[in-house]
Design a protein around this ligand. Sequence first.
Ligand code: HEM
Length: 402
Amino acid sequence: MIQELMGWDFNTAFMDYGPFWREHRKVFHQSLHPVAAKQYTPHITKTTHSLLKRFLNDPDPRKIMPHLRYMAGATILSIAYGIRTQQENDLYIKTAEDAVHSIAATAVPGAFLVDSIPLLRYVPAWLPGASFRRKACEWHKLARRMLEMPYAEVKRTISAGTAIHSIVSENLERIRARGKDKDPSEDVIKNVAGTLYGAASDTTVSAITSCIMGLLENPHILRKAQAELDSVVKTGHLPDLEDQSSLPYITALAKETLRWREMEGCRSDYTENEYNGYHIPAGAIVIPNAWAMLHDESVYEDPFMFNPDRFIDSATGKVDFSRARDPAHACWGFGRRICPGHYVAFSEVWLAIASLICVFDFEKAKVQKKNADGEMEEETAELTHEYVSALIVLRVHDSCWF
Ligand code: HEM
């Protein structure tokens, strides 16, 4: 349903291993390795400051998630295409959000019979019972719009000489410099950029929201982080990514966030192998349990506690992974499919957390409740810690989806 009928075959995360996937991975690597990722610091800084403005203009706590989603969308559109999104109701964000939501709805296992009986894809759309074909057609248009519209905009700005540096502009320049017969092809560049929104938005929002939840449950951690920011960031200034080495507690907080509520979504498809005396036949599906690795008591003391101090050396006050392993060993996935955006992702999460804590206070809402005598009383609301599954759907085999 997703790949063929809805037209998401451009998405690198859904591609099988092979030469075509490798061409895409090469572009991700060239554009997002640690040095290249630094070029996107101004993009991240600008969209983080816009997030603060949006919070200040509209501080309704119920808007936290939409504000964060908007920031994550604006950041990735800026990095991928150099598009400066509108402060509100941006057409590029709206299109990408609609497209990503369409696949989140479809990805529920068993939602569409055509995933189990592929022959059904040939059923004509007008037949009764073929509503999936009509839906797929509508969603296909959305996916194409998400892929084509921002790409066309970069090409327009390049021709006009007004393009802002981005993954697409950089790679089109590479083609111009090397000639069209050298990789990457334009299709690969377009696919890579089109993959980024889905890969980068839910994950980043989920991480920042988890941090806010951790802080709401642990006000002493919020105070400690604010004290560190107050001692380093000058009055009237905001933290920036250059401050990372002077703000170890914020770094430990970002690391703990990625460990505490890590996003699952990893899979591997191995050839025949032997591991610890176990025979793994070719084609077996091996799903590394990143959650277990990041909550292993022998590696992380009291693993379900939100505790950035586990990554701080109490003698020096510096970040230290000798007592608790750096969560990067598991939170970005593994091996060939490891998250290619993780340098950008960490910077984005770090700066959003530092900036939000620097400017705002977070505390649990007060709610009015009737007491036993029927009188209204103010009470502190409890957090539910409920998460919803979203777009972390990855291809394992033709017949198997997670
Ligand atoms: C906190 C934020 C993020 C987390 C926790 C995260 C985590 C992950 C994980 C666990 C995977 C699957 C790896 C595997 O299969 O072994 C993945 C894949 C991917 N991520 Fe991220 N990610 C984040 C943000 C980003 C950002 C900001 C970008 C882009 C700039 C990005 C780009 C990608 C891409 C393109 C893939 C698919 C790679 C492939 O299939 O070859 N991610 N990510």
